[in-house]
Design a binder for this molecule. Sequence first.
Ligand SMILES: [Cu+2]
Length: 181
Amino acid sequence: MNMPILHIPAARRWLTSGAAALMLMGAAPAALAQRAGDIEVTQAQALPSIPGARNGGGFLTIVNHGKVDDKIVAAASPVCGHVELHTMSMENNIMRMREVDDIPVPAGKTLRMQPGSGYHLMFMDLKEPLKLGATVPVTVKFAGGGQLQLQLKVEPRDKIAGSAAMPGKEMSGKGMAGGMH
Ligand SMILES: [Cu+2]
């Protein structure tokens, strides 16, 4: 009856002006990829939040085309109270997440964040649930001075780039050879 409905007018304005800019430029819709200097984000995705959960996860694929190591040092989004940089790992058979100061993007390498292990963005204190098909505006800052305004698409777990293979579905070298469409 009395569910609070939170509006985020700032985010809406941003989305609207972003869409208008794309139309003006006649940009191809493929443009989730974004680049700042040597840093290129080629995938920007989030998982739908679990009903009732206050937090959600975001996943980026980032290519560092340069010769200098870089790292994510901060992220922010209007959909939540604040964004933390997290890593997830198995400790004594329990999945644990902890906050880190930065997420490294080594020179010449591709960082592929994926659900289930390693680095991710954590949306803390969500103002609204993250729903499939929605987009989450996120600003990401790099130590090298780059800053990117990204739109993370909320997608099912098996659509997140580089998702950890499910147990029993692990790809072997042999499977890779003939298994692609
Ligand atoms: Cu986390």
